[in-house]
Design a protein around this ligand. Structure first.
Ligand code: GLC
Length: 545
């Protein structure tokens, strides 16, 4: 059953990301699952969000936490069954929550039936043509076909283990367990349209498209002389990213979604810059949204934030698209920790015990202020599970529990993303802080999670959870997501704007900032934010006049 429609719901939707393995574990194996999510749907609808996005829960050997899919049409037993998913979807829809699932089209798992077939087949066979197999260079084919490097470190090529004398190599922009598909092959195109229909038939409201800028590679796979590790943040350059032909794929998918009643969406995970290039993914016949990583990566910096906001709103308006606002997700250091670093614009690839430790209190104040700022902007906003509790990154994980392939593939040079993926604390006094009935957790939780557990924040005035709830309620009441931004002030110490009668002021400086006379406070990022008519540093306030 679908949800009653306001048209274009996604233009101002607040979408909550569930990282299934870390949200809630119902069966006690230490890994979150769909029934765990079902047990917390009440919490999610009370939060005041519009939709859920599920990171992958498909059948997978979990070489990259499920972003290595072995069967796109089934749920991994770790997470449950298709029946669990159907029940969850119906329950979510019944509460007016839409559901978006993750689609991982750039690569499959090496355990996918197609890749197994390809390994067993002849070079040049139809089975190998579904992937990017090439002969090696050198006298005996012992050298990789080109110099591309993997986003996770090391070469982007691995020689296949097929028992031949000079085995071919296959391309993997990520882990060797994630072979890249050949998107110039019509069979691949047809298969993914069919996968979209499989989930649309079940009733999903849309798809988050993983690595949307990577599917099509430049013909001939030419060498490239900048390391891909340097690229991801502004990763539009190079023959493996953002090729013009990729847009044909999304026009085809837009047409598939249009076969279905209701209002379904595609959202691009595309690390593409400049903003004009990214806006091509959200032209009216392609996707509905793209994650605004430009804004996410700017950090706590009024000048950079304003420039990024203006850039995004202008370039999206030029194609009639909405803009999204994202501060955290499963791939980046949580913003409550990033903003507590000495340089709050830095962009670490994970934080380890031997690295600078964030100032937790400062980081949390800024995170709350940034969130309040963002939730007043016109457009759609994403919330990453746990940020509504003010969770920090786990910055002291022991190396021997790390699972992110980027840690191992860079020999530890890159700390990796595990610290952002730690299981959620629900109940301060329960085993695993209520994440799992047995106390098992696939990654250890830091002691700081106890005080941040949901049960310690529910109904507690001034808690981060109640701040999110209040902000989402007011955002909806005032229709801020459908409004328009009008700057009322910007310099190195503050940003202020108006949207539909709500005035927003954020203090980035070191001194209190006086509010205009007669300001009526609607919501503040901290209980102590406004003292004697002035806004304290690292705080945001919404007010009316
Ligand atoms: C995307 C995902 C990330 C994954 C990568 C490879 O960037 O968000 O978690 O590792 O794609 O699938």
């Amino acid at each position: 059953m679908g949800v009653a429609e306001p048209t274009d719901w996604w233009r101002d939707a607040v979408i909550y990301q569930i990282y299934p393995r870390s949200f809630a574990d119902s069966d006690g194996d230490g890994i979150g699952d769909l029934r765990g999510v079902a047990g917390h749907l009440g919490y999610l609808s009370e939060l005041g969000i519009d939709a859920l996005w599920f990171s992958p829960f498909y059948v997978s050997p979990q070489a990259d936490a499920g972003y290595d899919v072995a069967d796109y049409r089934d749920i991994d037993p770790l997470f449950g069954t298709l029946a669990d998913f159907d029940a969850l979807l119906a329950n979510a829809h019944g509460r007016g929550l839409r559901v978006i699932v993750d689609l991982v089209p750039n690569h499959t798992s090496k355990e996918h039936a197609w890749f197994r077939e390809a390994v067993a087949a002849e070079p040049g066979s139809a089975a190998r043509e579904r992937y990017l197999f090439r002969d090696g260079l050198g006298r005996h084919g012992e050298l990789a076909p080109n110099n591309w490097t993997s986003v996770f470190g090391g070469s982007a090529w691995t020689q296949v283990d097929d028992g031949r004398e000079a085995p071919q190599w296959y391309l993997h922009l990520f882990d060797p367990a994630q072979p890249d598909l050949n998107w110039r092959n019509p069979e691949v195109i047809a298969e993914f349209k069919d996968i979209l229909r499989f989930w649309l038939d079940r009733g999903v409201d849309g798809f988050r498209i993983d690595v949307a800028h990577g599917l099509v590679k430049q013909a001939g796979l030419p060498d490239w002389h900048i390391k891909s590790a340097e690229l991801e943040g502004g990763g539009n350059r190079g023959p493996m990213w953002d090729q013009d032909d990729v847009h044909d794929i999304y026009r085809g998918w837009n047409a598939v979604l249009a076969e279905y009643a209701g209002d379904r969406i595609l959202v691009a995970e595309a690390w593409v810059a400049p903003a004009e290039r990214l806006s091509r993914y959200v032209r009216s016949d392609e996707m509905q949204q793209a994650f605004n990583f430009d804004f996410m990566t700017v950090g706590w910096d009024p000048v950079g934030m304003k420039e990024s906001i203006d850039r995004a709103l202008t370039t999206n308006a030029a194609v009639g698209a909405t803009t999204t606002w994202v501060l955290s997700n499963h791939d980046v250091v949580r913003h409550a920790s990033r903003f507590g670093l000495k340089d709050a614009t830095s962009w670490p690839r994970g934080i380890g015990a031997h690295e600078e430790q964030p100032d937790a209190a400062l980081g949390l104040s800024r995170a709350r202020a940034a969130t309040l700022f963002v939730l007043a902007l016109p457009g759609s906003a994403y919330i990453y599970e746990g940020e509504e509790l003010g969770l920090p990154e786990h910055t002291t994980l022991p190396d021997d529990v790390r699972q992110d392939p980027s840690f191992a593939r860079t020999g530890g040079a890159e700390t990796g993303r595990d610290g952002a993926r730690v299981p959620i604390p629900w109940v301060a006094d329960a085993p695993a802080y209520g994440f799992s009935p047995t106390g098992a957790t696939w990654l250890p939780q830091p002691p700081a999670f106890a005080a941040l557990a949901a049960d310690r924040q529910e109904g507690v005035e001034g808690s981060t959870l109640e701040l999110y709830r209040a902000a989402l309620r007011l955002r909806r009441e005032h229709g801020l997501g459908r409004g328009a931004l009008e700057w009322t002030g910007a310099d190195a110490a503050h940003l202020s704007f108006a949207n539909r009668g709500v005035r927003v002021l954020t203090n980035f400086g070191a001194r209190p900032l006086p509010l205009p006379v007669g300001a009526r406070i609607l919501l503040a990022s901290e209980p102590d934010a406004v003292v004697d008519g002035a806004l304290a540093p690292d705080r945001t306030v919404w007010f009316a006049q």
